[in-house]
Design a protein around this ligand. Structure first.
Ligand SMILES: [Zn+2]
Length: 257
């Protein structure tokens, strides 16, 4: 309720526009899961889904409003702040629709995305998730592939030794399959703590994305690179909501830490 009121006020106040003008020195990371043409009301992954039409509109919006779409692996080079509104678009879990619908849309607009896959899902190669052929296709199309653990384990709920295993084995497996280095990690359900972040670093990852809302400072990319924040578009939200999420919604989160 409070959120709806906030969205309503911001949309008509011009505040969003003004705030967006001051966002040039932030790094935007926009996170998705499943993207498909029709989202059923009783769909089990409905909450984290966006339909293809809305997704395409959001990509167009980013391009038309001066965002530069980059990979996580590009972050090291944009420290000089010359890149305009650096923005990463990423996808968790490796849903089959990522290769079916997302890839053609990203190619159409000549932009790139990062796909966090789960080797166990790809090994099982069953229906809902991409298999290794699909993931290789994304990689050979210039997309960045990252790890989302080996088995989608919730890292705060398992033994420390198992955490390292999930981090290292998924990295090795993906690297072997696609023949490229993996440097980016996404925490399943966003669950992590300081020790887990340290293990992510030890496993050889350079960046990790949480489920914390917000945009990122250039300083965070250098000094807090295992606790990156994201923007998450939601099903049934319209383009105005997307704009509010992209800019003003984060004001609460950006300045809290
Ligand atoms: Zn996940």
């Amino acid at each position: 309720m409070l959120k709806s009121l906030f969205f309503f006020v911001v949309r008509f106040s011009g505040f969003n526009y003004i705030y967006s003008k001051f966002m040039g020195n932030r790094i935007f990371i926009v996170g998705y899961h499943s993207v498909r043409p029709k989202i059923e009301i009783d769909d089990s992954v409905k909450k984290v889904s966006v339909d293809t039409k809305m997704f395409e509109d959001q990509i167009k919006y980013l391009i038309n409003h001066g965002h530069t779409i980059i990979h996580f692996s590009d972050l090291a080079q944009i420290k000089n702040k010359k890149t305009k509104k650096p923005t990463i678009i990423y996808f968790d879990d490796g849903f089959k629709d990522n290769v079916l619908y997302v890839l053609p849309i990203l190619k159409k607009y000549n932009v790139t995305g990062t796909f966090f896959v789960v080797p166990k899902f790809a090994d099982e190669s069953g229906g809902q998730y991409m298999n290794w052929e699909d993931i290789k296709k994304l990689s050979s199309s210039g997309m960045e592939i990252g790890s989302h653990t080996y088995s989608h384990a919730i890292l705060t709920s398992i033994d420390t030794r198992l955490v390292s295993g999930e981090l290292v084995s998924s990295k090795e497996k993906i690297e072997k399959e696609i023949g490229n280095h993996i440097t980016t990690f996404s925490y399943p359900k966003g669950r992590f703590n300081k020790d887990i972040a340290e293990l992510v670093s030890q496993a050889g990852y350079l960046y990790a994305i949480t489920t914390q809302y917000g945009t990122n400072s250039f300083d965070a990319v250098v000094n807090n690179q295992y606790v990156l924040k994201k923007i998450a578009p939601r099903v049934y939200e319209n383009m105005s909501d997307f704009m509010v999420r992209l800019y003003s919604f984060n004001i609460f989160y950006d300045f809290r830490s």
